[in-house]
Design a protein around this ligand. Sequence first.
Ligand SMILES: *Cc1c(COP(=O)(O)O)cnc(C)c1O
Length: 393
Amino acid sequence: MIRKTRLFTPGPTPLLPAAQFAMAAADIHHRTAEFRALFTRVLSQLKDFVGTKNDVLVLSSSGTGAMEAAVSNLTSPGDRVLVLTAGKFGERWSGITKAFGCEVDVVSAPYGSTFTLEAVKAGLKLETRAVFVQATESSTGVRHDIEGIAKLLKSEHSEALLIVDAITGLGTTPLDMDGWGVDVFIGGSQKAVMIPPGLSYLAVSQRAWDRMEATYNPRYYFDLRKERKNAAKGESAYTPSVALIAALGAALDYIAGQAEGDLVEGRKKLVDNAETCAAMTRAAATALGLKLFAPVGFEAAAATAIVPPTGVDSGIIVKGLRSKFAAIVTDGQGEMKGSLFRIAHIGFFDYMDTIAIIGALEQVAIAANLPLPNLAFGTGLIAAQKVYAERNK
Ligand SMILES: *Cc1c(COP(=O)(O)O)cnc(C)c1O
């Protein structure tokens, strides 16, 4: 049969056709009224997409650029910070904060789990200036309890800013920046907003702006105060990725269009969509006898990490899906390579995509004769169908 390439990866994610057309048509200079109108509209839409009244800034970089900007703008050398990590992206926070001279305390949990609030509390010190964490750890498919961490910081009367990499959390997970009192949420373009890599965005609280008055780590290109000043005029400090900003506008229009033009409701639908795709996938994997990597109750709707049967390398499944069906799923990252594979549900995935990847997984598992007692055509699909029907009564 012919093969259609489909991404099931936790970034980049499948592209929205309307956004691709908007990119191709974006022949706009960035110091014109036309661009200022576009950028102002996109910045305002992003507030609804994040779900905040705080300022949202857009940077021309991948998500890690915004992570670095959060560290360079909000810390000074020698600041004590707390990094909460249970995966590859959590480790990135350690790397960046160390690079900027912070004194880094780390609370870690094994890959495939999350830290308890007691452990976070024990790691928090009186002098902790900032806490860094992921909303969803894309390398393990685990959701961290951001609401619980935010509440803990409040009840401890901590001065620490809560800085959250929500790069795969936004658009897949219910997040309430203002209600919980999160200081920074970071997003990336190649995730739930269905456009190519190259833009990052950050929502920044008043507390964080106040902190920036006194911090003095070096920064130049990623100077958030400079960006904020320019954003107020509908511009960015340097040449922005105009085409991606046009694409982002089209994607946010599409998301709003899922709920009669209401972007807040559209974002909730997008989250619900990811949750349904994830629940279908989890049910299918479990019915087939496969184990999930994330603990019950902490599964990220961003991506489902599935553990192959003992003695089987996950690469067999990853390669089988790719060669037979051109379905791109990801293996484990780093030390996790070979021990899990990840199917993403971020952004432009729907029922059809989910049913297709489960059907393809059954084909690959049966062809590879995986040692699973319940392995038969349809076992995973039936479980997924029931989940869909139950959630859409
Ligand atoms: C994709 C991703 C990032 C950003 O990676 P970039 O390659 O810099 O875009 C950061 N954190 C998480 C949790 C991610 O999934």
